[in-house]
Design a protein around this ligand. Structure first.
Ligand code: GCU
Length: 489
């Protein structure tokens, strides 16, 4: 997966179809190979089971079934794992837990406790399988890896264990995905930095409201976004009102879980957008936000690509009240995911109050009391000209800021495009490394929806033929090489 876009780019840029297979062969053989064996998967149904049964009544397992631990403390599954050499290995457990309670297990290697209370949180359904990974030291030869339930609920349903040599990933190259190159992000001064502490700019797209346009979020459109558009980041826009989350929290939370997994598979950052809008006071939805973000953060905390966008566009509300909301929400997320970056919208529809006729200094003078977060700013280039442009430029020099929404048209997301003004913003954001996600990745009739109406009913999303003018324009601006991709193939 990690190198697919390099291969794809190289093929489309330089080679005729007849040469594609030899190009793939060359690409594969030039990748540095580790001396170690490939990851090996051990099926739970082949392992030693104490107080548990092999079953196959929930779909989605691999092999011929899974182990259902008896619901009691002490039930276990023990895998006989062969390690080619001694040293650190990653253990990846595939599991399902259809309850909402964590089912922790203790892990022993050859009888020695190595991990206590490894978490197996609820996956949403017994047919929804996820993985959890931990690193342990193995001896050369056979190792007995035992997972023992520590609560009276027993363990999760256990599908398999995959063992790999840890820490032997080749260093990132120009063909790797944005997440493979940058890893876990953090805020460094006024910038977003990668795990090597380099400031980076992320560029990508926001969905339209997923209650209306989920048909535009499917494997073919996401493949296009990752591999044709070369997007770094995918914003998942989940409205709260207007037919969104509040109407069916379980359904919308599960949709977001699924979209996060899809972004992750493709190596993109997943920006989870709590799209509060009407009412504009985020405090109206605090209880809902706590429930939602607790589950999202708990489920995905071990991923490196999750960013939490906790207030889309506060409006008709004071800065002090937005700050109060943020200071209540951020600790709730951090309790689950201590290193997750959080984005916070600002008053005046995420303009630092500019659209309320105020000045950004209100935020500077009364900053959110938290760390590892960024403020957000929105603009629509045909409506918001020098006043907003100059404000964004000043803001970026003072505090961390990310543009989680912008359009080349008017503030309604419709009307004529102002590509000249839009380009000025693009240049400013590139120069100051301000990350952005454009509104929006749908086939809505308005000019700011990138696809022509009807596109999402089909399966073709690559190229420019399916795009409106704003889509052609913004795709070109996402496709240009990332500043974190040091060399091009
Ligand atoms: C249900 C489910 C099982 C699961 C069990 C449990 O019975 O069908 O697959 O193992 O719950 O709570 O452990």
């Amino acid at each position: 997966m990690a190198r697919s876009r390099w291969v794809a780019r190289m093929i489309s840029a330089t080679l005729s179809p007849a040469l594609i297979s030899s190009a793939i062969a060359v690409a594969v053989f030039t990748i540095p190979q580790s001396a170690s064996a490939a990851p090996v998967t051990y099926q739970s149904e082949d392992a030693t089971v104490s107080q548990g049964v092999v079953e196959s009544n929930h779909t989605g397992y691999t092999g011929s079934g899974f182990v259902n631990f008896d619901n009691l403390t002490g039930s276990y599954v023990e895998y006989a794992v062969n390690a080619a050499s001694a040293g650190s290995h990653s253990l990846t457990f595939r599991f399902a837990n259809g309850t909402t309670a964590n089912r922790p297990v203790n892990v022993t290697v050859n009888g020695t406790p190595v991990v206590s209370g490894l978490s197996f949180p609820g996956t949403g359904a017994w047919t929804t399988w996820q993985t959890v990974t931990t690193n342990v030291t193995l001896a050369a030869g056979t190792n007995r890896i035992r997972t023992t339930a520590t609560t009276s609920n027993g363990g999760p349903n256990a599908d398999s264990l995959t063992v790999d040599v840890a820490g032997e990933e080749p260093p990132p190259g120009p063909g790797d995905t944005p997440v493979a190159i940058n890893g876990q992000l953090h805020v460094c001064g006024t910038k977003l930095c990668n795990e090597r502490n380099q400031p980076i700019q992320l560029r990508g797209m926001s969905t339209h409201g997923i209650q209306w346009f989920s048909q535009c979020v499917k494997s073919q459109s996401l493949d296009a976004l990752a591999n044709d558009w070369n997007a770094d980041i995918f914003r998942i826009s989940m409205y709260i009102q207007e037919g969104g989350y509040e109407t069916n929290p379980r359904k919308f939370t599960d949709m977001v879980h699924g979209y996060i997994e899809e972004a992750t598979k493709r190596g993109m950052y997943a920006l989870v957008d709590w799209h509060q809008l009407s009412p504009g006071d985020p405090n109206h939805n605090t209880a809902r936000a706590k429930t939602f973000f607790t589950e999202i953060a708990q489920r995905h905390k071990n991923k490196k690509n999750i960013i939490y966008d906790i207030a889309n566009e506060p409006n008709g509300v004071s800065w002090a009240n937005v700050k109060r909301y943020a200071e209540e929400l951020i600790p709730v997320i951090r309790a689950q995911d201590p290193d997750g970056v959080v984005f916070v919208g600002t008053h005046g529809w995420s303009t630092f109050g500019i659209s309320d006729g105020k000045s950004e200094t209100e935020v500077f003078n009364n900053p959110i009391n938290a760390s590892n977060f960024m403020y957000t700013f929105h603009f629509y280039a045909a409506s918001h000209k020098d006043n907003y442009y100059n404000a964004l430029s000043r803001i970026a020099d003072r505090v961390p800021v990310f543009v989680t929404e912008f359009g080349t048209q008017t503030a309604s997301g419709d009307g004529g495009n102002d590509f000249t003004m839009s380009q000025r913003y693009i240049d400013l954001m590139a120069q100051k490394k301000i990350g952005w996600t454009n509104w929006n990745f749908s086939d809505d009739s308005r000019s700011g929806a990138v696809f022509k109406p009807g596109t999402c009913a089909g399966t073709s999303f690559t190229g420019t033929g399916v795009l409106k003018p704003a889509g052609v324009w913004v795709r070109d601006r996402i496709r240009t090489p990332d500043n974190f991709q040091s060399a091009s193939p």
